[in-house]
Write a protein that binds this ligand. Structure first.
Ligand SMILES: Cc1ncc(C[n+]2csc(CCOP(=O)(O)OP(=O)(O)O)c2C)c(N)n1
Ligand SMILES: [Mg+2]
Length: 333
């Protein structure tokens, strides 16, 4: 997508690209939620429902040779970067036809061919990995960039400051994208975070912007500027997106949590700010819009999700013996 064209009034193609991306993430994760509740998925599943505008708005400006790193909430980043829905679904199912042979599961979806270096269960780890990818991009001599998606909780890890420090010092082509959803697991930000996260990045005198993360056009516009800055060789940029996860920290949390850690009224208020509904609402004011466009997108995505589930369920279970080849090279007895 041409970055400049999505800033104010989205044209037909750019708008549908953003909408398709957000809808794909939403419908895939709604299915994952149902599958998790039905006990069909091994392992924890962290959904990004409500936060889709961040992945969509940022990745719209990235190329296959640009790299991203992600966190435990990585399905949206994987899909927005062009990863295969079927291969992702099979991975979350723990099947051998998954994108990582079913050996990683939800928290490790990765597709190197698309520049998606991986979701990651270690909070904050993606920051340093993205810095490495940005350094590699510099050595390669092109204008590729690396983007790190991380949460407000990760910003409280030391690696955030360490990465800001070296990325700024070395002028790495890197964009920090903080998805500030106000919670780290079950801790509200006000109980674990002091001050404003953006002020930590401002200390490095790099371009910093904070946007409504549920407004995909605002994210897209700010991401275009941040990525262009990094691509130009001028060093890193920081983008913070205020958003909210509508589902729990992970799908199974109700089975072990005693009581609640957030008010239903708060969740409802954010439901009313759904990034997809808001975007569709704004598109309805465009002259070119018509409802069959949405119906067509929904229909195609429903088939994609059904196909992804069928592909996953047809796959054999992951082969545990593979661990000797992919984790401990040459250690097979
Ligand atoms: C190094 C490390 N410490 C703690 C955890 C446990 N943990 C998993 S997710 C999480 C909260 C992360 O919050 P945030 O970065 O805001 O991401 P969000 O879940 O809100 O998307 C924690 C503490 C972990 N996985 N890794
Ligand atoms: Mg968070």
């Amino acid at each position: 997508m041409n970055a400049a064209s999505v800033v104010a009034s989205p044209g037909h193609d750019d708008a549908l690209t953003l909408l398709r991306c957000m809808l794909l993430i939403r419908r895939m994760e709604e299915r994952l939620s149902a599958l998790s509740a039905a006990g069909a998925l091994p392992g924890g599943v962290h959904l990004t429902i409500g936060q889709e505008a961040v992945a969509a708005g940022v990745c719209a400006h990235l190329r296959d040779d640009d790299k991203i790193t992600s966190n435990h909430r990585g399905h949206g980043h994987f899909l927005a970067k062009g990863g295969s829905p079927a291969a992702m679904m099979a991975e979350v199912y723990g099947r051998a036809n998954g994108i990582c042979h079913g050996m990683g599961g939800s928290m490790h979806v990765a597709d190197i061919s698309k520049g998606m270096l991986g979701a990651n269960g270690i909070v904050g780890a993606g920051l340093a990995i993205a810095a490495g990818a940005a350094w590699a991009a510099r050595l390669d001599g092109g204008d590729a960039v690396a983007v790190c998606f991380f949460g407000d909780g990760a910003a409280n890890q030391g690696v955030f400051m360490e990465t800001l420090n070296l990325a700024t010092l070395w002028k790495l082509p890197m964009v920090f994208v903080c998805e500030n959803n106000r919670y780290a697991e079950f801790s509200p930000a006000e109980t674990v975070t002091s001050g404003e996260l953006i002020d930590r990045a401002r200390a490095f005198k790099i371009p910093c912007e904070r946007v409504d993360g549920n407004d995909v056009m605002a994210v897209s516009s700010a991401a275009a500027a941040a990525i262009a800055h990094a691509r130009s060789g001028a060093g890193p940029a920081y983008l913070e997106a205020d958003t909210y996860r509508i589902h729990g920290h992970l799908e199974s949390e109700k089975s072990f949590l005693k009581g609640t850690y957030r008010d239903e009224a708060e969740v409802d208020a954010w439901r009313a700010r759904c990034p997809i509904q808001r975007f569709v609402g704004s598109l309805r004011t465009q002259a070119w819009w018509n409802e069959p466009l949405l119906e067509g997108l929904e229909g195609a995505i429903a088939r994609t999700v059904d196909d992804a589930v069928a592909f996953a369920e047809a796959g054999p279970l992951a082969d545990p013996g593979l661990v000797f080849d992919i984790m401990f090279s040459g250690q097979r007895a």
